[in-house]
Design a binder for this molecule. Structure first.
Ligand code: LLP
Length: 427
């Protein structure tokens, strides 16, 4: 039986049970494909982060985009964590999961007026403002409501996070945040923002970072700016250091940073800062706690390659198609079999619907159950219904029990809201 310790320490070991739940039985009952999450693994990461943060005035705002299932958000709420949101939808999920508005921060370059109003009405803790236009809009909407919005400037420190280009956010050519020169002007002009209390700094340079060096440089730039502002008599009450901590997708290749080392870098860079430090980890808390269960539909011998066609697709896990991401694939069986090389592909009509190329796996046949690992972050939350594939079930495992935390969508659920053009209107 795989316990929590073995699953986190050796994410590539094959086994048939997880968090005390027998996976073949679960797959029989719930069907495949389905996402499974180990509550014990998530609690372990929460505990490790809390231990590393001891002694700091810190608030963890879990990046809801990593996995926004309400049951996952509830685990964060139970730990006293807040949420980092990027849409009104994520705010509603977080509130529904029991995360208080006072622990919610709102990031993103495209917050709409409607979303800002909804967040002001809910009374969220802070807006991470990413453009001057947004700052003026926030001022206007807060003034209309007669409230004061708390805001942080998202600083773009122009640092290369040394990660995949599509998830790198801290270079000056990226759409995120503003340069320190612009931020400096905002503070100088802040008297005109009568309904925005601009007293925070925010930085987030990228995701799946395995190297501490770029984080150190980015935080140093932010810390220098905070000291400059403080010297000019500008109180900064919070510094949000973002998320971005990488995880191990491929044993022996990915070497994630140790959480204590990461926090030590934050402590070092922000030494002497008297305000609150916000953290926005997403992936690190949930990625390794999730797996995608899928069944082999058939083995297809092509002219040049042998394909393992499985019932999961890019609709359930987009990362390999979008970022060429590597995910471990293991058969859920105790049987020992000789190995075989496959391209593991889904049923979607795109060549990019490929989970693995030339992967050596134990020989498989139709009906075999496989587990695609490390899918707890940016798996279900990036799902789509492309090719008219209904959204799949999500299951939370917890010490020998399981609960369906998202029921499988039916085709009827998927079609709800669509209709033939019967009633026409003109503008
Ligand atoms: N804070 C902000 C402002 C963010 O934009 C993000 C992620 C996070 C925190 C959380 O980052 P994390 O700790 O999870 O690395 N879909 C991609 C990842 C996109 C990340 C977007 N922003 C993937 O599957 O790799």
């Amino acid at each position: 039986m795989t316990n929590l310790a073995t699953i986190t320490e050796s994410p590539c070991s094959a086994d048939v049970s997880w968090d005390g739940v027998d996976l073949p039985t679960l797959a029989q009952r719930v069907g495949t494909p389905c996402h499974v999450y180990s509550a014990a693994s998530i609690r372990q990461r929460i505990g490790a982060l809390q231990a590393a943060l001891r002694g700091l005035d810190a608030l963890v705002c879990y990046a809801a985009k990593a996995n926004s299932n309400i049951a996952i958000l509830q685990l964060m709420a139970q730990a006293g964590f807040g949420a980092d949101i990027v849409s009104a939808g994520e705010m509603r999920r977080s509130l529904r999961a029991g995360i208080p508005a006072q622990r919610i921060v709102f990031s993103g370059v495209g917050k709409s007026a409607e979303e800002i109003v909804e967040a002001l009405t809910a009374g969220i803790a802070r807006f991470n403002v990413e453009s001057e236009d947004e700052l003026h809009l926030l001022q206007r909407l807060a003034a209309e409501q007669g409230v004061i919005a708390h805001a942080a400037v998202r600083v773009n420190p122009d640092v290369d996070a040394l990660t995949h280009a599509k998830i790198s956010t801290g270079k000056s050519e990226n759409k995120f945040g503003v340069g320190i020169d612009e931020a400096r002007r905002w503070f100088a002009d802040s008297a005109q923002f009568t309904h925005v209390r601009l007293d925070g700094l925010h930085v987030h340079i990228g995701s799946q970072m395995l190297d501490l060096a770029p984080i150190r440089v980015a935080l140093q730039r932010v810390a220098d700016f905070w000291r400059e502002l403080a010297a000019a008599g500008r109180a900064i009450n919070s510094i949000d250091v973002g998320g971005g901590l990488g995880v191990c997708y491929r044993a022996g290749r990915d070497q994630p940073m140790v959480i204590e080392d990461y926090v030590a870098v934050v402590r070092g860079a922000l030494a002497g800062f008297g305000g609150r430090i916000l953290f926005e980890p997403g992936r690190w808390l949930v990625a390794e706690a999730g797996a995608l269960l899928t069944r082999v539909i058939r083995v297809k011998q092509g002219r040049q390659r042998r394909f393992l066609v499985v019932d999961a697709a890019m609709t359930e896990l987009l990362r390999p198609s979008l970022y060429d991401a590597w995910h471990e694939i293991v058969p859920v069986t105790r049987e020992r079999r000789p190995s075989q090389v496959y391209d593991v592909v889904g049923p979607v009509c795109e060549t990019g619907d490929t989970f693995a190329v030339e992967r050596e796996l134990p020989r498989c046949e139709a009906g075999d159950l496989l587990m695609i690992r490390t899918t707890g972050a940016y798996g279900a939350s990036m799902a789509s219904t492309y090719n008219s594939r209904p959204l799949v079930a999500e299951v939370l495992l917890d010490h020998g029990r399981y609960a369906i935390v998202r029921r499988r969508q039916t085709v009827e659920d998927m079609l709800a809201g669509e209709q033939p053009a019967r009633e026409w209107e003109v503008t």
